[in-house]
Write a protein that binds this ligand. Structure first.
Ligand code: ATR
Length: 281
């Protein structure tokens, strides 16, 4: 019998850790599947997905820069992917493409389960208002923090993101506000960096006064891209955490959607940290 086929699609995709993560999930849960990676031409997302379906593909993860296009291609879109206007998981059944977004729940699970910080009642700062922020704001609201401040260099983008989530914030009784980076005041229990500033070498875009003593400072990136933010956080008395756990937890939720089984994500995260640590020495 042919193995169930999955893959990660993106551009670039060469350094994706998803094949390794899903292979470990499959081993540890006794599932038989094959998970590869596909480099998608920048103008060729839809044909690549259709070709994969024709080969018998059951589902795929979507990464940069196709998460937005993934939503428009789908015939069914989950509530959280609709709110994010982006999808990182596609599932294929006869004639249908289902889109979902597990990035936000991955972040929340990593903070609450792995870092052990309950978000309920906390004051959160989310820096950035691009695709990365859009993917996580809904699930962060579902964790019922006291407040979320979305701060962005371009205020209009933060305002639009906040407006789209205003109804959910009201339901959750969370105060949700948009800010520009210049006018940012106050301090927070959790500061989440969802900007691309580290990639351009621009440094941390908020002052250290945003960190309450012992705050959790979380960069959604990992590896060298997160290092500047992590060092800054450590130097100012915060607990620094990179996005490796979010990567594993979003994958675990995708695995659950596809296979109906929740894999042991904490074990796989510990293994991935050990492997990454060895390689970087
Ligand atoms: P992604 O999908 O990774 O979120 P994006 O949608 O291009 O990428 O969004 C990038 C985010 O990083 C934006 O919030 C951007 O701010 P603007 O909306 O003002 O462009 C933010 N960003 C990028 N470089 C930055 C910098 N040097 N300082 C502060 N914010 C920066």
């Amino acid at each position: 019998m042919a193995m169930d086929l999955y893959c990660v699609m993106g551009n670039p995709v060469e350094h994706s850790k998803s094949p390794w993560i899903h292979a470990r999930f499959a081993e540890l849960t006794g599932q038989t599947l094959q998970y590869g990676k596909r480099l998608v031409p920048l103008d060729g997302f839809a044909p690549t997905v259709r070709a994969f379906i024709a080969e018998g593909g059951r589902g795929c993860n979507i990464t940069v820069p196709f998460k937005f296009e993934a939503v428009t291609l789908a015939s069914q879109v989950s509530e959280r992917a609709t709110l994010a206007q982006a999808a990182n998981v596609l599932s294929f059944s006869t004639g249908a493409i289902h889109a979902d977004n597990t990035d936000g729940v991955g972040l929340v699970n990593d903070i609450q389960r792995n870092a052990g910080l309950d978000l309920n009642g906390r004051q959160l700062l989310l820096i950035g208002a691009g695709g990365a922020s859009a993917g996580v704001l809904g699930p962060l609201l579902l964790a019922r923090p006291a407040s979320i401040t979305v701060a962005n260099r371009t205020l209009s983008k933060a305002s639009a993101l906040v407006a789209r989530h205003a109804e959910l914030a009201l339901l959750q009784k969370t105060e949700l506000v948009a800010q520009d980076l210049q006018g940012l005041a106050g301090s927070f229990d959790v500061v989440i960096n969802a900007t691309a500033s580290s990639l351009s070498g621009a440094g941390v875009p908020v002052p250290a006064s945003t960190l309450k003593p012992g705050a959790l400072a979380y960069d959604m990136m990992y590896g060298p891209a997160a290092q500047g933010f992590m060092t800054w956080a450590g130097e100012h008395g915060a607990q620094a955490r990179d996005g490796l756990g979010m990567l594993v937890e979003q994958a675990a939720e995708a695995f659950l959607i596809w296979r109906g089984v929740l894999p042991p994500s904490q074990q796989v995260l510990a293994e991935l940290r050990a492997v990454t640590h060895q390689r970087s020495r």
